[in-house]
Ligand binder design. Sequence first.
Ligand code: URP
Ligand code: ZN
Ligand code: ZN
Length: 471
Amino acid sequence: MSTLFIKNGTVISATGATAMDVLVDGETIVALYVPGSDLASTAEGGADRVIDADGKYVIPGGVDVHTHMELPFGGTFASDTFETGTRAAAWGGTTTIVDFAVQSHGRQVRECLDEWMGKAEGECAIDYGFHLIVGEVNEASLKEMSTLVDEGISSFKLFMAYPGVFYSDDGQVLRAMQNASDSGGLIMMHAENGIAIDVLAEQAVNRGETDPVYHGRVRREELESEATHRAIKLAKVGAAPLYIVHLSASEALEEVARARNAGANVFAETCPQYLYLNLEDHLGAPGFDGAKYVCSTPLRSKHEHHHADLWKGLRTDDLSVVSTDHCPFCFKDQKELGRDDFRAIPNGIGGVEHRLDLIYQGVVQGEIGLARWVELCATTPARMFGLYPRKGVIQPGSDADIVLYDPNATWSISVDNHHMNMDYSAYEGFEVQGKVDTVISRGRVIVENDNYHGSKGDGRYLRRGLCEYLM
Ligand code: URP
Ligand code: ZN
Ligand code: ZN
C-alpha cells in the first residue's frame, strides 16, 4: 500500500473551510493534520508521495447521482458509454456516479438489471452505482424492488411523463410508493404530466409548430408543478419519502418548499442546465440548433424568475442536490432525428464533466458559499443515496476520492476541450473561473497536469445503503 500526503491545501467540507493536510493510505483517507504540526511533519516524512496543494481547495470527489450512460431513447442511445462517460466525469472532478438501470416495458427487472450491470462492469473509470427505472409497476417488479433495496439498489425512478414508454399511472405510482415505504427505498420522480403534454405536443405539430422551441412551449411549467404537487400528495398517502429529479420551474419548487415546510420527507435536485440555459436563447436558437438543448423537464423562459428562484432554492435547501441528468446525444444523426418534428428529438443534455465548475460559478457570483458548493455536489448526494461516509467527505475512513481545485484558473468550455462523447457542448464559450487541477480516485491520481492516468475498469460497483435523511 502506498501513502500519499496532500499538504498546504484548504480542505472544504459541508461545514466550512480549514487549512489541513491529508494523509491517504492505499485507497483510504487515514488522517487529517494541522499544517506545520509535528504530527504533520512526521506523516509527510513517511509518505511515498507528497502533493503540494498550495492555493488550491481540497474537496471530496464529486458525486453525480443522475447520469444516463448508453440510455436507449427515441430509437437511439445516449452517446457516452460507461467508459467514455465516466472518464469525462473524472476529468471534471466527479469520482462517483449513480446511473440508471432500466426495466423496459414487458421485461423482468432482474434480467434488465443483469444487462445493465454487464454494460458497466469493467468499463468505468470511477466508482458507480445504480438506481432502477421501473418501466412497469406490477406484482413482479414490486417484489423485486423490495429485494433490491437489500442488495444495494435503494432508489427507484418513476415517470409521470412519456406515456407508452416509461410512464406510470397514479395507481402504479402509489403502489410503488407504498412498497418503498415498507422497504426503505427512495422514489425518484420525473414529475411532468405526460398525458397533457402529449395532447399539447400533437396540437402544436398539427399547427406546423415543429421546431425545437415547441418542445419547451408544450411542456408548460404548470404541467411540471401539477405533477410535482400530485407526486407529493401521493407520497403522503403512500407514507413514502420522495425525491423530485431535474426540477426546473419556480412553481414546482414552490410545491417542494411547501411540502418541506410542512415537515414532509420531500427532496429535490436541479441541474446546471436549469441554472444557466433558457428557452429563448438556447431552445429557441436559430435554425435547428435548439435541438441541442432539448431535455425534459425543459429549459424555462428567461423572462420569468426560474434561475433566480432555483439559486434561492439551493441556498434554502429546498433544492438539496445538484446532479447533471447527463444524457448526451450528438447533434449529427441523433438530435437530427427530429428535424421535422420536435417530438422525435432525443431528450437530454450532456454535462457530467462540468457540474463542479458550473456550480462553482455560483460561489464566484455570490449565490452560494464554498461549503454549500461541496454539500450540493458531493456530501448531500452521498447521504441521500446511501453512500456516506464512504463518499462525499474528506475524513478518516472515507474513500480517498479527492479533488484539488484551483480557484484562480480561468478557461472556457468548448467541444474542443471536453471529453464527453458529444459533437457539441451545451455550454460552448462559457467563461469559467476555477478549474479541476488534480483528481484522486480511491487513492489513485487519475487526472494531473492536464493528463489522464486512469483506465477503464478502475471503477468499482457500489452497493448502496438507505437514504440518510429518513432515519
Ligand atoms: O431529457 C432528459 N432528462 N433525458 C433523460 C431522461 C430523463 O427523463 O431523465
Ligand atoms: Zn427524467
Ligand atoms: Zn434523467
